[in-house]
Design a protein around this ligand. Structure first.
Ligand code: SF4
Ligand code: SF4
Length: 707
């Protein structure tokens, strides 16, 4: 036995030294157990707890495709003694924000118990008050990484607790009886205890808070309200929807089937209705999230209830024959949580009320319950599926509205591009629309939703194709995933221009600065055609250099990708070590003198897009025979210099701003149209009526030719 134990000394290296930091009182650290990969930690003969490496229990990949390796300490009571970061590849903590925010983030778990509910990303409203809910502050700009780390810590700790801590061991698990069904009304479900009720009266709440409810703002303002004059504080009805006799009767057969099919393996659903002055979710509750008010626990272990966002807004799932409810949610319990629906459980309601702007009082209430045993059949624990629902799905649910806005904007953009021959005749209106879109791109896609694509995404994709493609890695960031998918498809239709001219936040920022330069009448530098042509190759050289480095050393390539100013300017909003800020500002300043300097000569991402864009199927930009010979108007007006002397478009450089086609369709601007008008007015033969239509290339008799 002694051979398996390490006496702790100051000279310890490897895991023991880190475990010692997690358990300062440890006198002995056992070797990693063979039946379950944890290190037992002792103070003399007393077991203090267990330490383990997260990668032994979870292979959840981080944002860079590699798991984040943590050493986690869990004491014998199921309380975190600490979390240490052993290894990670998260780009934002390696080269962006630096390691400190990551260390600060993981330090928040120490001292908290698995019996508490962990809520990520909410600031505590009343620090120091124990309501059974732990608020873990997220890290702005690293949302995906911290969601992954939080999931890794909690899911692995739960596995250790279930396996090693007696008080967390599960009783025999149960599964629903699929054939147990008969049509029942909500009232009958209630009478048979399939639908349960929990009433909380005002006196009980007042006793717990130590204050009359009238002292709190929502109550003292509505003393005349009939409902508040009753004793009711909150009335909750809840039920276990996986049981067919409940789910089918509450939802209807079709909705029940589709709900069950939409769940991950082992997932369970609890429906909660409520009415009264204090509902089970706050008015600002975000669909798809965890309610700060409501909790579930089994064997004192908190179990996450996350809104499924499965009901339409305002849909109440009427409980005919029972009091009219004000709010209802369907909450999902993850399969991995090990919730046993047949065992006794506790519903918790956290009451938080403010007396004024400064003082808030909190009290926590719980209600023990058990669903009727006839709903279930017992199964051996080993056969209970414990698959976890994928974390990418949780992230998509959390960011659903960002996804919705992005998809709607991409739909609009597609409509605009598909019908561009119609829209370009609207001239200034289309130009204004593009400026509005660029503003949206910079503010929403760039600064808010962090949707700036980068050459690093190209490395990740190429490496994934080389080492074995796993789409879940790319699904971790829904905004980037959607933008990449959309951009990739658009490359085969319109070339690189749709992304570079409409969707790139840094590109939009540069265009805005060019606009400012024009307003300030800043004199533009003339770059000779020879140097311009040479300069265009620079970005391709950078791309080749970066991609080949990525195959040799990903971390070096990630550091070299700092040639892109995106992380400094868009991702971190210039909040970074000054040399990075100076570099980004210098590039933007150059853009004041040379239109989109960075895009034209340096951007490796733009180069990569241009290479793939060569496979585009169509050349949508109309040209006519007079373009280039002799007319040069569009060429001079193209800010990016993507029109050749012969009038043809260089699609490798074109950003699809559509300005040249707007000119072509504008009878007041297109030189060819002006010339024809002049000829017609001097001709003795009758001329067709003036108007925009005859000047459109396809109608004017001038051959339109995409070039
Ligand atoms: S060239 Fe680069 S910076 Fe410019 S718009 Fe394209 S991707 Fe963005
Ligand atoms: S003016 Fe025409 S050629 Fe130049 S970038 Fe815009 S769409 Fe492309």
């Amino acid at each position: 036995m002694a051979g398996n134990l390490h006496a702790v000394s100051a000279r310890s290296n490897g895991p023991e030294a880190i475990i010692q930091q997690l358990f300062p009182k440890a006198t002995r650290i056992g070797a990693k157990l063979s039946d379950f990969p944890v290190y037992p930690v002792y103070q003399l003969q007393q077991l203090l707890g267990y330490a383990y490496e997260s990668t032994d229990l979870s292979d959840l990949p981080g944002f860079a495709g590699k798991p984040i390796k943590l050493m986690i300490g869990l004491d014998a009571e199921g309380r975190f003694s600490g979390v240490k970061v052993l290894d990670h590849h998260e780009p934002v903590f390696l080269h962006g924000l630096g390691p400190q925010p990551l260390l600060d983030f993981v330090s928040q778990y120490a001292g908290h118990s698995l019996t508490e509910s962990f809520v990520l990303g909410h600031k505590p409203r009343a620090p120091g008050v124990n309501s059974g809910t732990v608020h873990i502050d997220g890290v702005t700009k690293a949302t995906v990484s911290v969601i992954i780390i939080n999931d890794t810590i909690l899911s692995t700790a739960l596995q250790v607790a279930r396996s090693k801590l007696e008080s967390f061991a599960l009783p025999p698990a149960a599964r629903v009886r699929e054939t147990f069904y008969e049509p029942l009304t909500p009232l009958q479900l209630f009478e048979r205890d399939y639908l349960q009720r929990w009433q909380l009266e005002r006196p009980a709440v007042e006793r717990a808070l130590g204050q009359a409810l009238d002292s709190y703002a929502p109550f003292n303002q509505s003393s005349g309200d009939g409902e508040l004059s009753t004793q009711l504080f909150s009335e909750l009805y809840f039920s276990y929807l996986n049981a067919p006799i409940i789910g089918r009767n509450v939802l209807g057969d079709g909705a029940y089937q589709s709900l069950m099919q939409s769940l991950g393996k082992g997932d369970q659903v609890i429906a909660v209705w409520s009415r009264g002055p204090y509902l089970h979710s706050a008015d600002d509750f975000k669909p798809g999230s965890v309610s700060e008010r409501l909790g579930l626990a089994q064997q004192d272990l908190a179990i996450e209830l996350r809104d499924l966002n499965a009901l339409d807004e305002g849909q109440l799932l009427e409980l005919e024959g029972l009091p009219e409810m004000e709010r209802v949610h369907l909450f999902r319990i993850k399969g991995l949580a090990g919730f046993n629906p047949a065992a006794g459980s506790e519903l918790r309601l956290n009451v938080e009320l403010s007396r004024n702007h400064l003082v808030r009082d909190i009290a926590s209430f719980s209600h023990a319950f058990q669903f009727p045993p006839q709903l279930f059949e017992l199964v051996e624990q080993a056969s209970v599926p414990a698959a976890k629902s994928p974390i990418w799905l949780t992230i998509w649910q959390d960011r659903w509205w960002q996804v919705a806005i992005l998809l709607a904007s991409l739909g609009l953009l597609t409509t605009l591009f598909v019908g561009q021959r119609r829209w370009v005749t609207m001239g200034a209106w289309l130009t204004r629309t593009r400026w509005m879109f660029l503003t949206f791109t910079l503010l929403f896609i760039g600064f808010y939703a962090q949707g700036q694509l980068s050459v690093v995404n190209i490395y990740t994709l190429l490496l994934a194709l080389y080492e074995g493609f796993d789409i879940t890695l790319f699904l971790l960031d829904p905004v980037i995933f959607i933008l990449w998918s959309y951009t990739f498809i658009s490359l085969f239709l319109w070339g690189r221009g749709l992304y570079c001219g409409w969707l790139c936040p840094f590109g939009a920022l540069q265009e805005m600065l060019s606009w400012l330069a024009a307003k300030l009448k800043i004199r533009q530098w003339r770059i000779s055609p020879r140097w311009h042509r040479r300069g265009l190759w620079l970005k391709y050289l950078l791309l080749v250099g970066l991609v080949s480095t990525a195959f040799a050393s990903l971390s070096l390539a990630e550091r070299l990708a700092e040639v892109e100013p995106f992380k400094t300017s868009i991702t971190l909003g210039f909040d970074r070590y000054w040399p990075f800020v100076l570099y980004a500002l210098a590039l933007l300043a150059l853009g004041l003198f040379v239109h989109k300097f960075y895009c034209r000569y340096l951007c490796p991402l733009g180069a990569g897009l241009a290479i793939i864009g060569r496979l585009r199927r169509f050349s949508w930009l109309d040209r006519i025979d007079l373009c280039g010979a002799p007319c040069q108007r569009c060429r001079h007006r193209c800010g990016i210099g993507a029109i050749r002397r012969d009038g043809s478009v260089d699609y490798d450089e074109c950003i699809q701003c559509l300005e040249c086609v707007i000119i072509l369709h504008d009878p007041g601007q297109c030189v060819a149209a002006l010339q024809r008008r002049k000829q017609r007015t001097s001709s003795p033969t009758p001329v067709p009526a003036e108007g925009p239509q005859p000047l459109a290339p396809r109608l004017s008799g001038l051959p339109a030719r995409p070039r």
